[in-house]
Ligand binder design. Sequence first.
Ligand code: 5AD
Ligand code: SF4
Length: 459
Amino acid sequence: MSRARKKKKLFVKTWGCQMNEYDSDRLLEVMGEIGFEESAEMNDADVIVLNTCHIREKAAEKVYSELGRIKQVRNARLQEGHDTTIVVAGCVAQAEGREILARAPLVNIVIGPQSYHRLADYVFSAQQHKQRIVDTDFPADLKFEHLPQRSGRKLTAFLTVQEGCDKFCTFCVVPYTRGGEYSRPADEIITEARELVAGGTREITLLGQNVNAWHGKGKKGAPRNLAGLLEQLAGIDGLARIRYVTSHPNDMSDDLINAHRDIDRLMPYLHLPFQSGSDRILKAMNRNHDVEKYIDIIEKVRDARPDIALSTDIIVGFPGETDADFEDTMKLVDRVKYAQAFSFKYSARPGTTAAKMEGQVEPHVASERLQRLQEVLKEQQLEFNRHLVGRELPVLLEKPGRLAQQLVGRSPYLQPVHVMAPAHLIGEIVTVKIVETTRNSLAGELVPHVETGKSRTLV
Ligand code: 5AD
Ligand code: SF4
């Protein structure tokens, strides 16, 4: 009898932020070590993982309704004699814990974001011993140490450098679901980045709930901040582009601002949430900064890197937000001018301080505000893209486009760029003359000249 076995299949559904996308990649790598391969279909998967997000409204309910659908898939497979192991991971797993096992008898494993390195063992126990497992332990340090090497199959990759948050903004669940702030040691990060680059990665986005709060030690134990880490990463041969997300205004050090001036490979893009343009609301949100401080940072960043694309997160309808407060938000948007922005209607998260606050805003009022805000943001985004028409931009070509002979890449400012170009250029940074734009993307023509990864960004 042949000893060759068919590989077991793993299907991962990912909700939410880039941190979750990164975690899903790492989960696949953990399971890859014990012979699993990724499946695009849940119908033929031996293990189904739901990597959940808790930041949006009714997050847990969405997970339970997805589990309802999965039950049918699992039952159909059972009739064909196949067992399916069901795993709930991510922030909903962290927040709900054991409750998930109680409400959804089909779930075998509930695993929080800090325990992914143990997933392979848990899947084994669940399959062999029919155990049901809950692991929602905290410290993040053990996880990173035990995750396998990066395989670097991707041209652009995420790399988590920091997790968790101690800031306790009153609307936010992150400090409860991801735990306290934790920075991975610099050596570990550099090793992972090198592994990625050796495997072909050309662009790395550093991730953290408060990525700019990252801190570590440099040579001889001297303290180091994110700017120092960026500088070291920029020295890795073959790594053409670096980005980082998401930042808090209070951790935007002068060093980091200057890094946007001094480090060529650091892309001219900054996501800096301000949440509200009203000092009163910022206080109620426990953001610990005011509008003036935010504007001051933006001005410094623009001095350091005049062409920088700015992005932000904004919440409307926070408890107690008056029309005047909302107008202050509109004023701030108008003053800064964003290349991109994410705006949300406030919604109460159980367990957060804001959920208990008085003055919850009527839903229709919040909806109207959100609509007005989004119209302005869309216009600003279009305007930002329009000013690039006629310019030549360095574009990292990532994959084939929808049309024959077309490729899609990203500009330094993060917009997708469509261009007719031969497939062998995937992975190269080429110069594209922008001829057309929509709100979400740019289109252009290839300028015949291939750059090396070391060249300065042409903007
Ligand atoms: N209601 C609305 N938006 C929220 N965000 C976080 N929590 C809430 C909430 N309870 C938004 C913030 C944050 C982004 C990731 O999600 O703007 O920056
Ligand atoms: Fe949430 Fe505030 Fe921490 Fe960001 S800084 S993760 S919004 S608590």
